[in-house]
Design a protein around this ligand. Structure first.
Ligand SMILES: NC(=O)c1ccc[n+]([C@@H]2O[C@H](COP(=O)([O-])OP(=O)(O)OC[C@H]3O[C@@H](n4cnc5c(N)ncnc54)[C@H](O)[C@@H]3O)[C@@H](O)[C@H]2O)c1
Length: 378
């Protein structure tokens, strides 16, 4: 079986999840290729060496540009703060590497367009894979939802309500981090978690064509590393009413200060024949309400993840036994391997990721102007 050499940049929260996924992929899926953890890049050599040892990489480097010239590296995985994605992605594409970039793709849609322009100029003839880290789309039960929607099981879709709310910054004592800085993160909760629920909404229900958004900073300043107070530069919470290309209406919200929500990515889809509900805090189950039940017998039923989905059965032969967050990354890595070796499509490529950035930019502009806006409109 072919080895696909991985060069990972960043070993923080999501970098570790990447490493777990590369190391576990072969045991779970057994092919079609084997991710080989070649080099880990971090901010300095000491940290890179330490993390490379801990996370199962052959070597570490304090200079991410070393990965560009390494012949044993096929994929550059970018797991650094958002502001670094553009420079790293462009350099990787120019070096002829496949790119696996954490969400959000960039600080905004114009930056995403710059990456795409380089990709198009560089890779017109060759076939380099480009995939984003929208791992929640890889949940086997989300594949079940997609099958139900595509087969018309829910009838005509009439409403999508989605949220991705967490409380990791609900306390004013949580210090200022790169996530609060426009220069380092771009947007606040919109790029961080809003991008996930936007990706889910568009994956399941199609493009969002217009919206009326609002944004809000709840905790205006936080202590920085020196103990000095520093102004928070981007939104803590945001909500929008949206219209999909299908004509369906919807509502989206996101928050990093939603006290009590730990992994609150959730949605409800209402159809003319049936409705469904999903909550990532109970990621192995789906709630389904089917119209037409006899009087006194109607209600939601719970469907557990099961072995009919190949992504689930690769982990476990027994239905309902459940997966976890890190398993979604293993499935995502399998999508990457299949894209490289078998030319299979990826869940979110550069173009789909740019469309998510466009929705976020429109949301910010709509909030500033206090008006409906067409997505990508002037
Ligand atoms: N897909 C998901 O579910 C998910 C979850 C969390 C974060 N993310 C995304 O992953 C990215 C990173 O977020 P995080 O939470 O892991 O951040 P983090 O702060 O935990 O980790 C970032 C890492 O990048 C390293 N780094 C910074 N500059 C570097 C450089 N120049 N060269 C090499 N390494 C460098 C830091 O030392 C740190 O270890 C963000 O874009 C974020 O949106 C995605």
């Amino acid at each position: 079986m072919r080895d696909i050499g991985i060069g990972l940049i960043g070993s923080g929260y999501i970098g570790k999840t990447h490493a777990i996924a590369y190391n576990a992929h072969n045991a779970v899926f057994g092919g079609p290729a084997r991710p080989a953890c070649r080099a880990l890049a971090e901010i300095d050599q000491a940290k890179a060496d330490r993390e490379a040892r801990a996370l199962g990489f052959e070597r570490g480097t304090g200079n991410w540009q070393d990965l560009l010239i390494a012949d044993d590296i096929d994929v550059i995985a970018i797991a650094t703060p958002n502001a670094l994605h553009k420079e790293m992605a462009i350099a990787a594409i120019k070096a002829g590497k496949h790119v696996y970039i954490e969400k959000p793709l960039a600080l905004d849609a114009p930056e995403a367009d710059e990456i795409i322009a380089v990709h198009e100029a560089q890779n017109g003839a060759s076939r380099l894979v480009h995939m984003l880290g929208y791992n929640y789309l890889c949940n086997p039960i989300i594949s079940t939802v997609k099958t139900m929607l595509d087969s018309g099981e829910l009838g005509e879709l009439v409403h999508f309500r989605g949220r991705h709310n967490e409380d990791y910054m609900a306390s004013p004592e949580v210090p200022f981090s790169w996530r609060c800085s426009k220069a380092a993160a771009g947007t606040g909760t919109l790029g961080d978690m809003g991008s996930h629920i936007i990706s889910m909404a568009m994956h399941l229900a199609g493009p969002i064509v217009s919206l009326c958004g609002d944004t809000d900073i709840v905790i205006p300043s936080r202590k920085d590393q020196t103990g000095a107070m520093r102004g928070v530069e981007n939104e803590d919470q945001a909500q929008a009413i949206v219209r999909f290309a299908s004509g369906m209406m919807g509502f989206l919200e996101t928050s990093r200060v939603a006290l009590g929500k730990k992994q609150g990515l959730a949605f409800e889809i209402v159809g003319t024949k049936a409705s469904i509900e999903f909550d990532q805090e109970r990621m192995n189950e789906l709630r389904l309400y089917e119209g037409g039940a006899p009087d006194g017998r109607s209600g939601f039923k719970t469907i557990l993840v099961d072995t009919h989905c190949p992504d689930f059965s690769a982990f476990c032969p027994a239905p309902g036994h459940g997966l976890g967050y890190n398993d979604l990354k293993i499935i995502e890595v399998n999508r990457l391997m299949k894209a490289i070796v078998e030319d299979a499509p990826v869940p979110v490529d550069l173009y789909a990721a740019r469309d998510i950035e466009l929705v976020i930019d429109t949301w910010i502009a709509s909030a500033a102007q206090r008006a409906w806006q067409d997505v990508g409109g002037a």
